[in-house]
Design a protein around this ligand. Structure first.
Ligand SMILES: [Zn+2]
Length: 159
C-alpha cells in the first residue's frame, strides 16, 4: 500500500488520536482538546469505553463514514429546537456513536447546554452539528482498537 504524501502515515497505536485532527481540520482541534480535558475530569463522562466490535467500527468504516453517520444521528435526534423525547433520545448502548454522545455530553439538549453552552429551545446550526460530529468522531478514534490492523503486520509468537 502506498502512503500518501499529503496525509500522515497510518498509526497503529490504539492510543493515537492524531489522524483525524491532522486530516480533517485544525479548526476544531483546540475546541476538542479543551473539551477532552473537561470530560476526563468528569467521573461520569470519563467512564465510557468502546468494547469488542464497537472498538473496531472506526478502523473498519473509516473516519469519513463515522463522521457522516454522526451528523445524520445528531440531525435526526438532537438538532431540533425541541427534540422528540429529549433527555431519553440517546440509548446507553447498542451503537458506538450513542456511547460517544454520552461520553462527550452530546446526548440531549440539557447536556449540550451544560457541556457545550448551546442554549435549549433553538435548532442547532449547521456549523454546530459539524463541530459536535467532529468531536464525537475524534472520541471514537481515541477509544478505538486497531488490533486487527496489527494482526496483519505482526507475526504471532508460535512458541
Ligand atoms: Zn444528556
Amino acid at each position: 500500500m502506498n502512503s500518501s504524501t499529503s496525509l500522515p502515515s497510518p498509526c497503529s497505536s490504539s492510543s493515537c488520536g492524531m489522524r483525524l485532527f491532522q486530516q480533517l481540520s485544525p479548526l476544531y482541534a483546540p475546541y476538542w482538546q479543551d473539551l477532552s480535558k473537561r470530560l476526563t475530569a468528569s467521573p461520569f463522562r470519563s467512564r465510557f469505553r468502546l468494547k469488542g466490535k464497537d472498538a473496531r467500527i472506526l478502523p473498519k468504516k473509516g473516519n469519513d463514514r463515522i463522521l457522516l453517520e454522526t451528523e445524520q444521528i445528531l440531525t435526526q435526534r438532537i438538532a431540533d429546537a425541541f427534540p422528540f423525547k429529549d433527555g431519553r433520545q440517546t440509548p446507553m448502548r447498542g451503537y458506538p456513536i450513542f456511547i460517544a454522545q454520552h461520553a462527550c455530553g452530546i446526548c440531549c439538549r440539557s447536556c449540550l447546554e451544560k457541556w457545550h453552552h448551546i442554549p435549549k429551545g433553538r435548532p442547532l446550526t449547521r456549523a454546530e452539528i459539524e463541530k459536535l460530529s467532529w468531536c464525537i468522531t475524534a472520541w471514537i478514534e481515541e477509544h478505538s482498537s486497531f488490533e486487527e490492523e496489527k494482526g496483519e503486520f505482526y507475526t504471532p509468537e508460535l512458541f
